[in-house]
Design a binder for this molecule. Structure first.
Ligand SMILES: *Cc1c(COP(=O)(O)O)cnc(C)c1O
Length: 371
């Protein structure tokens, strides 16, 4: 038996749309990309949606479109995938980390004000593992200090904070479509915003600095080729049309895991979810007891064909950040402690109840042995 950590949920619908593109001969800048963007505008009430070739590209463009530059500081979380820090570093903007709340694993909003200096221009929140941050507190701080807000919603497509969609609460938001995300295009990203100026900059930057009304060889800005291909967009259109179904299936699988963990009385905790959050399940994370050696659990589960991964190492302790910024162990102790204890277990829409039982039995057996 092999149970992978993740698996994309693709059907004949996506295949049909890809075939349409193949038959049309229009492989970039066409109707499928427009349709993919339109679906984000419709589903999430976004005024603008700009498709790109990765979530990281879209984050980079978000940073540039807000005019952030060398010397500016942006407050963000160390407990995330590295791209949420790197998109700032690309522009020589300093990521100023604040520690996380150990129960939600999201940036602790109570620590933000203490990190603000006269150079602070924005807050980059990451809705980690699909749970939105406390956006009431974060938006209140942003208003008080006149800061922009970037939402890295790469793990939180369709998640809600109250009645608002993650990604559309701040100035600009980003989703990502790597194969382990809730929906995929192979590689891909989407920038969403209600600000016309940000959308125009984003459209220009992704397309070699051509503004939407430029001729093909007129370039207003030094831009990038961050465009999404029509083949990718075709997959994305199918995925977006099935989004509600996919998210519901993921929620069902997550609920089954919760039940099994109770049934087997497994000695792990789960990240807690704030009452105003409706989460969009990205991965299923368990927090291991302090005394348990995670590497052993990963190895033992691996022997049983169960793939698991230690999500997330803290960004500030990555070699690239230690070398550049001089961060050291102890700088963000809660993030570091949680980085040592969090484990992602197999999670996707097609996971069968028997497979989930096998995973939880394996987890139970090995934690009890280790503790
Ligand atoms: C997936 C992800 C991204 C973007 O990743 P890409 O592989 O570039 O699409 C950014 N931030 C977070 C938190 C992510 O999980």
């Amino acid at each position: 038996m092999f149970i992978p950590l993740s698996k994309p949920d693709l059907t004949n619908l996506e295949k049909r749309y890809v075939r349409e593109v193949m038959n049309s001969g229009q492989l970039s800048i066409g109707e499928k990309t427009k349709r993919f963007e339109a679906l984000f505008k419709e589903r999430f009430y976004a005024k603008y949606a700009v498709a790109m070739n990765s979530g990281t590209s879209a984050l980079h463009v978000a940073v540039k479109a807000l005019g952030l530059k060398d010397g500016d500081e942006v407050i963000t979380t160390p407990y995330s995938f590295i791209a949420s820090g790197n998109c700032l570093v690309y522009e020589k903007v300093k990521p100023v980390f604040v520690d996380i709340d150990p129960t939600t694993l999201n940036m602790d909003p109570y620590l933000i004000e203490g990190a603000i200096t006269e150079r602070t221009k924005a807050i980059l929140v990451v809705h980690v593992f699909g749970q939105p941050c406390d956006m009431d507190q974060i938006m209140a701080i942003a208003r008080k200090y006149d800061l922009r807000v970037i939402e890295d919603a790469c793990e939180a497509i369709g998640a809600k904070w109250g009645s608002e969609y993650a990604g559309l609460i701040g100035d600009v938001g980003v989703y990502a479509f790597y194969p382990n995300k809730q929906i995929t295009t192979g590689e891909g990203g989407m920038l969403v915003t209600n600000r016309q100026d940000v959308a125009l900059q984003a459209q220009t930057l992704r397309n070699q600095g051509r503004s939407p009304d430029n001729q093909w060889l007129d370039h207003d800005l030094i831009g990038y080729n961050y465009r999404m291909s029509e083949l990718q967009a075709a997959v994305g259109v199918g995925q977006m049309e099935r989004l509600y179904d996919i998210l519901q299936k993921r929620e069902k699988v997550a609920n089954r895991y919760k039940q099994l963990l109770q049934e087997y009385d497994v000695d792990v905790t789960l990240p807690s979810v704030l009452s105003k959050c409706h989460m969009s399940w990205f991965v299923f994370i368990v927090i291991l007891p302090k005394a348990v050696e995670r590497a052993v659990i990963i190895e033992k589960l691996g022997d049983k064909g169960i793939q698991t991964k230690p999500y997330f190492p803290s960004i500030h302790l990555q070699k690239s950040y230690v070398d550049r910024f001089g961060y050291k162990e102890g700088d963000f102790p809660i993030s570091e402690a949680m980085s040592k204890r969090t484990l992602a277990i197999p999670f996707h829409t097609m996971l069968m109840p028997e497979e989930q039982r096998y995973v939880i039995e394996g987890l139970k057996e090995n934690i009890d042995k280790e503790a």
